[in-house]
Design a protein around this ligand. Structure first.
Ligand SMILES: [Zn+2]
Ligand SMILES: [Zn+2]
Length: 130
């Protein structure tokens, strides 16, 4: 597909698309708008599509917006979209969850606490004393 359906509007800003990008779930957004949605959530996790709630792991800008790259505001958006694709493209949600949980010590602590009895590990009293 070469661009968003004619007369379609961005469902985030309800305006005409600027730097239209198609998500892997086939919905279209302004590159700018969908990056704002991502900014509001965790940088470690892909954002969810505001329409269908699927995880967005890929955003494909149109050929036309790639040609507007000389425009500094457009190139800024495209750079961000590319970073997003590099971060989340091709990864399974499972792996991202694992990475996210390892970065959160509290969740890690709960995990050890649940797993330890099955492994026969005696937990030192200074562990998980919160
Ligand atoms: Zn928009
Ligand atoms: Zn969607």
């Amino acid at each position: 597909m070469e661009g968003p359906p004619e007369n379609d509007l961005c469902s985030i800003c309800h305006g005409v698309f600027t730097v239209p990008c198609q998500a892997n779930c086939s919905h279209w957004f302004c590159g700018d708008c969908i990056m704002l949605v991502w900014d509001h959530g965790s940088a470690l996790q892909p954002c969810k599509c505001p329409l269908c709630r699927r995880n967005i792991t890929l955003l494909i800008p149109t050929e036309a917006s790639l040609q507007l790259r000389q425009d500094s505001s457009v190139s800024e958006i495209l750079r961000k979209v590319e970073t997003y694709n590099r971060t989340f493209g091709g990864r399974s949600d499972g792996l991202i969850q694992v990475i996210a949980s390892v970065y959160v010590p509290f969740q890690y602590c709960i995990c050890i606490r649940l797993v330890a009895p099955f492994l026969g590990v005696r937990m030192a009293p200074f562990w998980c004393n919160n």
